[in-house]
Design a protein around this ligand. Structure first.
Ligand SMILES: Cc1cc2nc3c(=O)[nH]c(=O)nc-3n(C[C@H](O)[C@H](O)[C@H](O)COP(=O)(O)O)c2cc1C
Length: 188
């Protein structure tokens, strides 16, 4: 986690906007994987936290299978970090605290969008957004019950660095027991 924190800080300096974008892979009940980009909002010894709609495709897949993979590709640094582990939903209080820190328009949007559902048209989406804005016009926008965070507890983390002649560095950490990790260097 200390190495991740160091690389993350360097990535932030190189790309202040999207250094926290990570690919999240989930697995459906059929065994089929799917992947999409989400934003890392917090990390620490307890894991890696992102926020989403619990009724989305990823939310449904995570309800059936907690196992995930995350990938960061920091192009300015020519570094990749791969993380594997299991998700657990964060507490309601933590989801609400983060939700309430977001701009009002984003909070309204969370009520307007049934993430991953088919919609008739962009016009229909904008009409839903207007309805949500009207509904909350005179007050606070609460956190929807279907919106919140997940935390990934890592069991494997791999740090990849580009090196000349395709002889890249790969450092693979695997969590064993009592919070201890093993470290192996892998062939590129
Ligand atoms: C840069 C970037 C950041 C994104 N961040 C998030 C995010 O933090 N949470 C989220 O639910 N979707 C985020 N998305 C949208 C997802 O990639 C995806 O379209 C959405 O979550 C629906 O995925 P699903 O149908 O697999 O559930 C982001 C997309 C991009 C390109």
């Amino acid at each position: 986690m200390r190495l991740f924190a160091r690389w993350f800080a360097q990535a932030r300096r190189a790309d202040p906007v999207y250094h926290n974008a990570m690919t999240l892979a989930t697995v459906a009940a059929s065994g089929a994987p799917s992947a999409r980009v989400v934003l890392l909002k917090a990390f620490g010894d307890e894991g890696f936290t992102f926020f989403t709609n619990y009724h989305s495709r990823k939310g449904r897949e995570l309800a059936g299978n907690q196992r995930v993979a995350l990938v960061f590709w920091w192009s300015p640094l020519k570094r990749q970090v791969r993380i594997e582990g299991r998700v657990t939903p964060v507490s309601r209080a933590e989801s609400e605290a983060y939700f309430n820190s977001r701009p009002r328009a984003y909070r309204v949007g969370a009520w307007a969008s049934r993430q991953s559902a088919v919609i008739a048209s962009r016009r229909a989406l904008l009409a839903q957004a207007r309805q949500a804005a009207a509904r909350f016009a005179n007050g606070d926008v609460p956190c929807p019950p279907h919106w919140g965070g997940y935390r990934v507890t890592p069991t494997r983390m791999e740090f990849w660095t580009d090196q000349p002649n395709r002889l890249h560095d790969r450092l693979a950490y695997r969590r064993v027991r009592d919070g201890r990790w093993t470290l192996h260097r892998l062939s590129p």
